[in-house]
Design a protein around this ligand. Structure first.
Ligand code: BG6
Length: 344
């Protein structure tokens, strides 16, 4: 199926499926190129100037865009900013906004009604607003003091994959620049590493073990837990399986009651510290549950820890895609969902 798109300079670009059966899988494979184009677009931005007098940062988004904000929130908190992450649909603007407060709204379409409403409130109070979006001409950009374009290009599948990775990449890159760490990237090498990583992912055994389940618990700590919030949304929205991401230390405080000898739990531990999830894994296995560990995908990556969430999420994106195939579902068009929700 070929969809022809007229770009603003009127050259016709073809969004064809090529050798892929679905856009979702094609877009996962496009992630390295999308990150490379995004880097080329932001590498000369003076982030030190944008963040110079900022003390407070509020991250705002919906769905997967909100989940990328969770990663940004964690990284910028580490830099010492007072950060908070808000769902756009629940954003309560304060009475006034200080000049040291930056709001960051992430929206791939730039048309999500909840985000537009939040942007309007922020501008009414003269708040500073940075927008991260795929669409340079979207409504949301009209409210922006600063616009960062994620060059993920058109994402046809309803569920966000390459766009999420680009959003996380942008936050991780800004984090590196602001932490004065050596942030210069050999972007060809960086994107080739991700490309090889994707090509060599072998997730079939996990797909076979989970594709008939009706509920899956996912456990992790620190930034891994935040990745699992997005991983569980992928499996929920694409495979229609109920998923629960839980901070591993919390399992014993209630959720352990769900574990029985038919339970399969997905465990993400991107650090090399095997101790991190040991207690939770013992709690699960001693009740007959089975734990599928994901660290096998993350060995010997030689990548800055701030970029690890990009590598952590891709196996889950792939798994949600192949489980949908096993369950004869359409991964591009999950039931009840839309690519951009322009109503509140
Ligand atoms: C959901 C989409 O409906 O809206 C997600 O399925 C997306 O992919 C979310 O992240 C927010 O949309 P947007 O355009 O604001 O990123």
């Amino acid at each position: 199926m070929v969809i022809q798109l007229h770009t603003h300079n009127n050259c016709i670009k073809q969004l064809s499926l090529g050798n892929f059966k679905h856009y979702m899988l094609k877009e996962i494979y496009e992630t390295p190129f999308a990150i490379r184009k995004t880097y080329e677009n932001i590498c000369d931005v003076d982030f030190l100037k944008i963040f110079k007098h900022i003390k407070d940062i509020t991250f705002i988004g919906c769905g997967t865009a909100y989940n990328s904000c969770l990663i940004g929130n964690e990284l910028f908190k580490e830099l010492g900013y007072n950060t908070v992450c808000e769902l756009a649909s629940n954003y309560q603007v304060s009475k006034e906004i200080s000049k040291n407060h930056l709001h960051i709204i992430v929206s791939q379409s730039g048309e999500t009604a909840d985000c537009l409403k939040a942007a309007e409130k922020i501008k009414q109070l003269k708040g500073k607003l940075l927008i991260i979006t795929n669409e340079s001409k979207s409504t949301l950009t009209k409210f922006a003091d600063y616009i960062i374009l994620s060059k993920a290009n058109k994402e046809m599948a309803v569920a966000s994959t390459k766009t999420y990775c680009c959003q996380v990449f942008i936050f991780a890159y800004i984090y590196k620049v602001l932490s004065n760490k050596n942030y210069k990237l050999n972007i060809i090498d960086f994107s080739n590493k991700i490309e090889n990583y994707i090509k060599n992912l072998n997730i079939q055994d996990i797909v076979e073990q989970i594709n008939s389940l009706d509920k899956i618990i996912l456990i992790g700590k620190d930034i891994d837990y935040l990745t699992l919030v997005e991983a569980s949304l992928k499996i929920r929205e694409i495979d229609y399986i109920f998923t629960l991401p839980i901070y591993s230390g919390e399992l014993k405080h209630g959720t352990l009651s769900l574990i029985d000898n038919k339970s399969i739990v997905l465990a993400l531990n991107s650090s090399n510290n095997a101790e991190k999830l040991k207690t939770a894994i013992n709690e699960i296995e001693s009740r007959g549950g089975k734990v599928l560990a994901f660290e096998r995908f993350l060995q010997n990556l030689e990548v800055d820890s701030c970029y690890l969430p990009i590598y952590s999420i891709i196996p889950f994106q792939m798994i949600s895609y192949y489980v949908a195939i096993e369950r004869n579902l359409n991964p591009d068009m999950p039931r009840n969902l839309a690519k951009s929700v322009t109503v509140e």
